[in-house]
Design a protein around this ligand. Structure first.
Ligand code: NAP
Length: 247
């Protein structure tokens, strides 16, 4: 690809929050790599939506919980863009169950996809960003990583880990001009929360001071702020986007 001045990679960008982040970054002039694991048609649709608005995007398949896939994804980033300015670690899954019933394989799947993936991608992105002496990494955590949640011991552990990992990476990379922050969404309307029964959803909305579920765009706005030069003095922070749920 020619004339790439600003490049971004969004993991898990085929739908939901990642899709909204990819579209918003493209509107702000980034050439965007739309990563997905299995949903190829949805990822191609995100690319088409970006191009329909005059933006530029590529689609890169890769399971970011696997080191060999992350190596391949970054090989393509280097070949296509030759640089990376923004990395958004958004890919995530849930495998909910009460602790006493949680299977080890569902602990491992969530830790690998929601936590280890960020370590793998940051390790691959950091050398590119350090060479540029500039870069922004935004890791998508969750308020559940701060407050815990019944039935989500694997997910809350992964998201708390994302917060710790963000702060360490922020300290290690600051001297090279690379900022690392986390965004902790609350209760956002996506396919991840579609499966929650209506009655439980109503109860959750009741506990949100702003009185509504968030939209993927609410999270994308916060991510794009942290990616921008307007946030150039902000690193190692966790920005909650939760309608006031946790304060
Ligand atoms: P979603 O609608 O289920 O989308 C998840 C995305 O991640 C999909 O694009 C999926 O692509 C991708 N993905 C899953 N496993 C992957 C892997 N191993 N490698 C690459 N991509 C992978 O979820 P969402 O609600 O938008 O959530 C996005 C992020 O926000 C997650 O980290 C989630 O934990 C966090 N979050 C969400 C909420 C909420 O209320 N929705 C609240 C707090 C935090 P494929 O289909 O191709 O696998």
């Amino acid at each position: 690809m020619e004339n790439v001045e600003k490049a971004a990679l969004v993991t898990g960008a085929s739908r939901g929050i990642g899709r909204a982040i990819a579209i918003k970054l493209a509107r702000e002039g980034y050439v965007v790599a739309v990563n997905y694991a299995g949903s190829q048609a949805a990822a191609e649709e995100v690319k088409a939506a970006i191009e329909a608005e005059g933006g530029r995007a590529i689609v890169i398949q890769g399971d970011v919980s696997k080191a060999e896939d992350v190596d391949r994804v970054f090989g393509e980033i280097k070949k296509e863009f030759g640089r990376l300015d923004v990395l958004v670690n958004n890919a995530g899954i849930t495998r909910d169950s009460l602790m006493l019933r949680l299977k080890e394989e569902n602990w491992d799947a969530v830790i690998d996809t929601d936590l280890k993936s960020g370590f793998l991608t940051m390790k691959a992105a950091a050398p590119l960003m350090m060479k540029q002496r500039k870069g922004a990494i935004i890791n998508i955590a969750s308020v559940v990583g701060i407050m815990g949640n019944v039935g989500q011991i694997n997910y809350s552990a992964a998201k708390a880990g994302v917060i710790g990992m963000t702060k360490t990476a922020a300290r290690e990379l600051a001297a090279r001009g690379v900022r690392v922050n986390a965004v902790a969404p609350g209760f956002i309307a996506t396919s991840m929360t579609d499966v929650i029964p209506e009655k439980i959803k109503e109860g959750m909305i009741h506990s949100i001071p702003l009185g509504r579920m968030g939209q993927a765009e609410d999270v994308a706005n916060a991510v794009c702020f942290l990616a921008s030069d307007e946030a150039s003095y902000i690193t190692g922070q966790v920005l909650k986007v939760d309608g006031g749920m946790v304060m």
